[in-house]
Design a protein around this ligand. Sequence first.
Ligand code: FES
Length: 117
Amino acid sequence: MSAQVVVCNGCCCGRVEKGHNEVPIDALKSAWDEHELHNQVKLTISGCLGPCSMHNVSLLKTENGLTWLGNLTEREHYDALIHWACDIAEGQGVDLPEILQERRFVRLQEVVIREQE
Ligand code: FES
């Protein structure tokens, strides 16, 4: 496993009833299946990762460390995550697409990942 994409679908991220944007869980899972990414990039749908104020949050784990992404408000952000994972799977490096570069934030606290079913 060379990388992991952790997509928060917790108490705030994706909670449309709280006025937040939906997290396209089914589309992400389908894309992982369609592109056969599971062996190279693990997709984890998680409970709250901690920084709720940055909803919607995702966390990328690579051999270079952790990259936090927040304010993923558009479907295009999640499509970019899929493209990034495809690039990783094809061994094309770990550079983030520009649309995700601008959504990076720094978080110093430890993260606890609670995987959802
Ligand atoms: S619900 Fe996503 S960070 Fe808390």
